[in-house]
Write a protein that binds this ligand. Sequence first.
Ligand code: ATP
Ligand code: MG
Length: 297
Amino acid sequence: MKPRDRLRIAMQKSGRLTEPALELLNRCGLTFRQSRDKLFCFGEGEPVDLLLVRDDDIPGLIAQGVCDLGIVGRNVLSEFQLTAGTEAAPLAEWRKLGFGRCRLSLAVPQDLNYELPGQLEGMRIATSYPGLLGDWLARQGVKAGVVTLAGSVEIAPRLGTADLICDLVQSGGTLVANQLREADVLLESEAVLAGPAVLPTDERGDMIDLLLKRLDGVIQVRESRLLLLQTSRHALDAVTRLLPGGPQPTLLPVAGQPDQLMLQALCAGEVSWRQLEEIKKAGAREMFVLPVEKMLA
Ligand code: ATP
Ligand code: MG
């Protein structure tokens, strides 16, 4: 294959991952010229182009060297890794991207009383993920029939072609609509940046490096929250213990109230209402949680 001097990233042409993937790349300073109904988008500022394909094709395109990187669900990447065979170039998950979250789960009809994987011995399980399911069954030491279906897996039990299913679940709405109940989780999934296990060391490797650094910045800022609150010196220890992970908080005096402190902490993730309520109970007040726009350490 002719060596390329531009980086090529594969992403889903149309589906759940399309908008968030494009937004993430835009935030990394990458913009593309072609309209999105085309297969190929030419990168404007940086030498990085996009290939828009079905998500199932993304790992294969990277393994063949047609693309350097891809944005794809961990479920699709892992399935490829388990089924591609030893001759395919090994792939790796280079970054977790924090969107497209879902689970690959076993779901059983409401009247099947599932407690342990051992119960599945001899049953038929419908799935689009025979690799991941087969691997899990083997690890559990269970022999069950795997019925591979490309889509509409959830109706298999009603059609009598399987006893239960193994499929992606997000809210669980589809399961309820099909009188199924989530019984066990095989894989927690989200969109990831996939690439070859060994990154190239040439100029394209340098570009990948640059992109990874920008991605890290974007992801860190996206997940960061600035927590501001007021506390008495007396309650400071109790409040600090409850702060969600992150570097040491900054403490500032409050004018005219020597026993009070203003506390400022950068939190690594979302701060929930429940966490806020706990911190308040420990003695904090005037609490604010602010998104972080940009960060330069
Ligand atoms: P394509 O035409 O590209 O093959 P698709 O129908 O396989 O599309 P989508 O339904 O758009 O794909 O899902 C893409 C990815 O989004 C999944 O592989 C998974 O990682 C993630 N995802 C998140 N939530 C769900 C969900 N509830 N159902 C299916 N996939 C989900
Ligand atoms: Mg698909």
